[in-house]
Ligand binder design. Structure first.
Ligand SMILES: [Zn+2]
Length: 67
């Protein structure tokens, strides 16, 4: 099975990296280390935003604010 590789410059730390391009989507714009970090950050941000939204709506109408 052929694996396509692509050279990128990490959008986070600026490190030159060779990433494996998946068949189902674009290659990551982050190096391996940052990819994990970014994923963790996004999860944390999402959880934080959810908590803030819930707090600002007092819980009652929080469902209406969801997309
Ligand atoms: Zn990086």
């Amino acid at each position: 099975m052929a694996v396509k590789q692509k050279r990128i410059t990490c959008a986070r730390c600026g490190e030159r990296e060779t990433v494996t391009k998946g068949e189902r989507g674009p290659a990551s714009i982050y190096c391996d280390l940052c990819r994990d970090e970014v994923k963790r950050e996004q999860n944390a941000l999402r959880a934080q935003a959810y908590r803030q939204r819930k707090a600002s709506y007092g819980g009652g109408s929080a469902l209406n604010a969801l997309p």
